[in-house]
Ligand binder design. Structure first.
Ligand code: ADP
Ligand code: MG
Length: 228
């Protein structure tokens, strides 16, 4: 059966527990979620509520203890890890709170990296990287390394990198969490503008109720479950 109603991402019965010594910590206790193609969904929750854990599962970066995620009808945890890595690289852009840029690469190299990890022709990759950096306002910073950029600029590079492979799905984990409020607002404006231009589906998690108001739909995560 195909996914009903144009849902791009479906999570079913997601559970995640961590074992620390003899203690089992149940972080996600059964999450069911549907994300419609093109929507901007925000999931808000307190620190420690399991937001990052959930987003990592939705992006196939970590495996659940139970349950599954499907992207465009393909079961993420029913495929080999090599296939999952390939699908992730092609279909999913991830923006982390702490940017996660490679320090030894300059801005343009960081942005181009996802494309260079694909087994396809490299023609036009550098040009697209430059266009993306221009689109995020860093056309004059192509050769700067992360240490030579401000936090807001590093996050702009990370946003450009996430869009490099024209992902169908953009996942953002507290992308403004390390930024002052003015710089954070600018990053959110940028994310929302770019997702509108590209038609990309966005799922963002945040602890910040004010940031959450950006969502077309806002869900809350608490006690390892989603509350409407
Ligand atoms: N690798 C891990 N091992 C053990 N516990 C973890 C691990 N990752 C996260 N946790 C715990 O899971 C809970 C949820 O973490 P996280 O998903 O990072 O929350 P949030 O992003 O909402 O702040 C926290 O209590 C955290 O300590
Ligand atoms: Mg987190």
């Amino acid at each position: 059966m195909s996914e009903a109603g144009g849902d791009i991402l479906v999570a079913r019965g997601l559970r995640k527990s961590y074992t620390l010594g003899s203690q089992e910590l149940a972080v996600l206790r059964g999450i069911d979620l549907r994300v419609r193609r093109g929507e901007a969904l925000v999931i808000v929750g307190a620190s420690g509520a399991g937001k990052s854990t959930l987003l990592h599962l939705l992006g196939g970066l970590d495996a659940p203890s139970a349950g599954d995620v499907s992207l465009d009808g393909a079961s993420l945890f029913g495929m080999s890890s090599a296939a999952r890595t390939r699908l992730r690289n092609e279909q999913i852009g991830f923006v982390f709170q702490s940017y996660n840029l490679l320090p030894e690469l300059d801005a343009l190299e960081n942005v181009c990296l996802p494309a260079l990890m694909q087994p396809r022709a490299r023609d036009g990759v550098a040009e697209r990287g430059q266009e993306l950096l221009k689109a995020v306002g860093l056309g004059e910073r192509l050769e700067h390394r992360p240490s030579e950029l401000s936090g807001g600029e590093q996050q702009r590079v990370a946003v450009a990198r996430a869009l490099m492979n024209r992902p169908a799905l953009l996942l953002a984990d507290e992308p403004t969490g390390n930024l002052d409020s003015k710089t954070g607002e600018a990053i959110l404006d940028l994310l929302w503008r770019l997702r509108e231009e590209s038609g990309t589906t966005l799922v963002m998690v945040t602890h910040d109720q004010h940031v959450a108001t950006r969502g077309e739909r806002v869900l809350e995560i608490a006690d390892g479950r989603i509350m409407e």
